[in-house]
Design a protein around this ligand. Structure first.
Ligand SMILES: *Cc1c(COP(=O)(O)O)cnc(C)c1O
Length: 416
């Protein structure tokens, strides 16, 4: 029998059939441009799904939505913008597009998202240093909502608007309300690896028709109202195409099913790791939080798992052509961002060393799940037979880690 070794991805596009119907419609009507009724329909489907009185603007990517969101919140060169450190680089890149300064903030352990204590300390310190941050970029990491009430209370007290990066959290809720509706402005992504995809795309969600009009104006080259081409502002080419929106319409019909399937993957891993010492499957803290479980993430404590760590498991997956990835490396530790201020301790940093994202797609078959299960079971059984060099280098690493921890605990708030 031939061994089936096709690659298993972390999260791959999952087309269901109706997407083609809408794409064909777009072809038949020759509405191929970023204009056409499928863009309107897709926006209206999203609005219905979000179940609030919001205005949705479909854009070419989530990153474009963050960029326009910051512009609409009035962020200009030399302004400061607070951003969760433990996130994908796309959350913060648009701050740099605007020549503004990112101020990074640590996570807390319940949701891995923005730590309210560190957030408040950061705001107070920035104000003391002379500048009130212009916006706070919040993230629902891996689909798990952040501490929405606590963060909102702080933002309101200091009157700083929230730009909610809900790129990973379409379908997640907090106290029954959909993620993507908690920001003064909110951002969705339909990139190829997200819970639904338009091949590439995003959306900006706002509570005002004027903001939507301004977002469309900026996204279509800022054309002034004239019969010739007249421009008094910088414009962008950020509108979603009608073809991509057609795919989006089809995907909206299966979004809830994708959420259940991803949550099913999370259950699958919870069962698998149920009795494995040292491994925990990242989950929401209580019933107020409902995660789409876009990706299932585990943390491994090698001291308790008798030596198996993220690297060993990742390599074991790789040998079987299965993709797994370390969690986002905190942005304040990235070469691109390390010169910018950071507030917090080592929560985000500690998670980075211990967290691994597992294949979580809504389209994984029974036999693919078996391949994943086999790797996990094998890896956590052979743990005692590790080569001696691996064990020694791990011990050194742990020693270094303890030193780093000690340093941070002695300097609770590192500011630059
Ligand atoms: C995917 C992602 C983005 C960017 O979305 P794109 O549509 O790929 O530009 C932004 N923030 C987070 C947290 C993401 O995961």
């Amino acid at each position: 029998m031939l061994k089936n070794n096709t690659k298993i991805y972390l999260s791959s596009p999952h087309m269901r059939g109706t997407e083609k119907k809408y794409v064909n419609e777009a072809f038949d009507s020759n509405w191929i441009a970023p204009l056409g009724k499928n863009v309107d329909y897709f926006e209206s489907d999203l609005k219905t799904y979000l179940n609030r009185n919001v205005f949705v603007t479909a854009l070419s990517s989530g990153t474009a939505a963050i960029h326009l969101g910051l512009i609409l919140l009035g962020v200009k060169a030399d302004d400061e913008v607070i951003c969760q450190s433990l996130t994908f680089t796309a959350s913060a890149n648009p701050i740099l597009y605007l020549q503004a300064t990112p101020i990074f903030v640590d996570s807390e352990l319940d949701t891995w998202n923005l730590c309210p204590i560190a957030l408040e300390a950061a705001i107070i310190d920035r104000i003391k240093l002379g500048k009130k941050p212009k916006a706070i970029i919040t993230v629902h990491l891996y689909g798990n909502p952040y501490k929405i009430d606590a963060v909102r209370a702080i933002a309101d007290r200091f009157q700083i608007p929230i730009l909610e990066d809900a790129a990973e959290a379409l379908g997640s809720t907090f106290k029954g309300q959909k993620c993507g509706t908690f920001g003064d402005l909110s951002v969705l992504s339909f990139n190829g690896n997200k819970i639904i995809t338009t091949s590439g795309g995003g959306a900006l969600v706002s509570y005002s028709e004027n903001i939507k009009a301004k977002a469309i104006f900026l996204a279509t080259q800022s054309k002034d109202n004239a019969i010739h081409y007249e421009h008094s502002e910088i414009g962008y080419n950020y509108r979603l195409s009608n073809i991509c929106a057609s795919i989006g319409r089809g995907q909206m019909e299966v979004l809830d099913e994708h959420v259940s399937l991803r949550r099913g993957m999370h259950q699958f891993y919870k069962k698998l790791f149920h009795n494995v010492p040292g491994v925990s499957v990242f989950d929401v803290p209580n019933r107020d939080y409902f995660s789409n479980h876009w990706l299932t993430v585990i943390t491994i404590d090698p001291e308790e798992s008798s030596g198996v760590d993220c690297t060993i498991l990742r390599l074991a997956f790789e040998a079987e052509n299965i993709e797994s990835r370390l969690i986002w490396k905190p942005l304040h530790l990235q070469p691109l961002y390390e010169k910018f201020p950071y507030y917090g301790t080592t929560i985000a940093e500690g998670l980075f060393g211990k967290g691994l994202c597992l294949p979580s797609g809504s389209n994984l078959t029974q036999s693919e799940k078996m391949r994943i299960q086999n790797v996990i079971q094998r890896t956590f059984k052979i743990k005692k037979a590790l080569p001696i060099e691996v064990a020694v280098s791990r011990k050194n690493r742990l020693l270094n880690y303890n030193l780093v921890m000690k340093f941070f605990l002695e300097n609770i708030f590192k500011t630059t």
